[in-house]
Design a protein around this ligand. Structure first.
Ligand SMILES: NC(=O)c1ccc[n+]([C@@H]2O[C@H](COP(=O)([O-])OP(=O)(O)OC[C@H]3O[C@@H](n4cnc5c(N)ncnc54)[C@H](O)[C@@H]3O)[C@@H](O)[C@H]2O)c1
Length: 457
């Protein structure tokens, strides 16, 4: 256990620059943030609209049940490093930084409710109007991308009559703690993310966490807002995946934990970054076939597996996304780089690029395709029979010279990242539309251009 006194020794607050932090909303996130920051040596003012919570904290008792929070709360209240009030305006005036930790529950429709955020923002705007000097407002509540810049900053500016980045700063600093281990998670978070549009605010807030370990990211506000949703959706997905696999295993008389022990030991393909970067649809001779077989055996055993059952429809939706990008254009001549289901193979079975090409041909597009591996295997006769028998309509579209595709396409579909393809796309003209399904290595430069569309970025 890290005692409050020990934490004070590693305080980031220097004698010359004491920082006072006000924390709005003293629920799970706010209470833990306020108490832990006070333990680290900051002067903290906690604010809540609920008088019972305020009274409980003033008496040195945490209003939440969490490991270690009781003793830490008693310590920081006793030491005077945490004070608690219902006076929102005074708390902002007396602090340098305000952390906003109010709830963002689901509305009845499932939509995220920003009611508490808007309410607290109105109060902060009024207090900002009267405050002299710089103040930074930090939203820790979970909110959808666009909420801060589209709703909260305009409201702060309207009510205060001041300008963000000029008169005051705004950051989004999502909280990654888990209930039950929230104090431990606060001191040892999986990462620290600060979204801001001005570096002054971002650096000041990063300074709060100077003594906290883990990777740090200073990013645009929208990226910071989104990280929380990506994390939580993925965590939910993992739980549901494990449970569906468990249900299928149980129906087959298998111990799912024995199966998952092996799954979890695979750090190459299962746990790690593999397959987790947005790109094009999956395909090939294994993934679609095996997902189909697993969902079939689940159905035969009357095991409902909606998650597994929707993997192939999700993949089809992604393919449709690519098609929509192309069909939405007026142009008819398409040059396609790549045809096999992934780089480094000539395997065309269930390749989503084959399906894309077939659908384009079916819609009357004039398509030419280059794939170095397919061209080679055709030359050597390896895949010739398959192409001629299964894809005779595509065989005629395959060309052996990449420049033929480059010259032909009004639309260039990038389905491969080989150096040869990257080099060819780099020679494309500005009147050619580049549709990137693979995230070209220089996609960040391409993204700003008029003649470029990324499938999922
Ligand atoms: N609970 C978690 O484990 C967790 C983890 C990470 C992020 N989050 C996110 O953090 C946010 C807060 O979650 P929580 O679980 O701590 O919420 P909570 O409901 O426990 O606490 C919110 C607190 O805000 C107070 N409040 C409401 N309006 C206020 C105002 N105008 N001024 C001052 N206080 C006000 C409420 O009285 C309440 O005490 C949410 O956006 C949530 O999604 C929660």
């Amino acid at each position: 256990m890290v005692a409050a006194s020990k934490l004070k020794e590693t305080s980031v607050v220097s004698e010359n620059h004491p920082m006072t932090v006000s924390v709005y909303g003293l629920g799970y996130v706010g209470c833990v943030s306020a108490v832990c920051l006070a333990s680290m040596g900051f002067r903290v003012i906690g604010v809540d609209v609920n008088p019972d919570k305020v009274a409980s904290l003033q008496a040195g008792m945490a209003p939440i049940v969490e490991d270690r929070i009781g003793e830490l709360t008693a310590e920081v209240i006793e030491a005077g490093s945490l004070t608690v009030t219902t006076d929102a305006r005074a708390a902002l005036t007396d602090s340098d930084v305000s952390l906003i930790c109010v709830g963002t529950p689901s509305a009845a429709s499932g939509e995220l409710s920003t009611a508490y955020l808007e309410q607290v923002t109105t109060e902060l705007g009024a207090a900002l109007a009267e405050k002299n000097g710089w103040h930074t407002i930090v939203y820790r509540s979970t909110m959808l991308p666009g909420t801060c810049e589209g709703l909260l900053i305009p409201e702060l500016e309207r009510i205060s009559g001041k300008k963000v980045g000029v008169d005051f700063g705004v950051c989004v600093n999502p909280e990654y703690l888990r209930e039950g281990t929230s104090v431990k998670d606060f001191y040892d978070p999986p990462k620290t993310v600060v979204g801001a549009n001005d570096s002054r605010s971002a650096e000041a807030i990063m300074g709060l966490y100077e003594s906290i370990p883990g990777n740090r990211y200073m990013v645009p506000i929208g990226i910071a807002e989104m990280t929380k949703y990506v994390d939580n959706s993925y965590h939910a997905l993992k739980v549901s995946f494990a449970n569906e696999i468990g249900a299928v295993c149980a129906a087959l008389g298998l111990d799912s934990h024995a199966v998952m022990d092996i799954f979890l030991s695979d750090m190459k393909l299962n746990l790690g970054p593999t397959y987790l970067r947005p790109g094009f649809a999956f395909g090939g001779s294994c993934l679609p076939k095996d997902v189909r077989a697993l969902t079939h055996i689940a159905r035969r055993n009357v095991v409902d597996t909606p998650l597994l059952g929707n993997i192939l429809p999700s993949n089809q939706s992604h393919l449709q996304r690519a098609l929509d990008l192309i069909v939405g254009e007026e142009r008819r001549k398409v040059g396609m780089f790549g045809l096999s289901f992934k780089a480094g193979t000539d395997d065309l079975r269930e390749s989503p690029l084959v399906e894309l090409a077939e659908r384009l041909v079916g819609k009357g597009f004039d398509v030419k395709i280059f794939d170095a591996n397919v061209a080679l295997s055709r030359l050597m006769g390896a895949n010739r029979a398959y192409i001629n028998q299964k894809l005779p309509h595509l065989a005629d579209l395959l060309v052996e010279d990449i420049d033929q595709v480059l010259e032909h396409g009004e639309i260039l579909i990038v389905g491969s990242r080989t150096p040869q393809v990257v080099e060819a796309v780099g020679r494309s003209r500005t009147d050619q539309l580049v549709i990137d399904l693979v995230r070209l290595p220089d996609a960040e430069d391409w993204r700003g251009k008029e003649n470029y569309r990324g499938i999922a970025w």
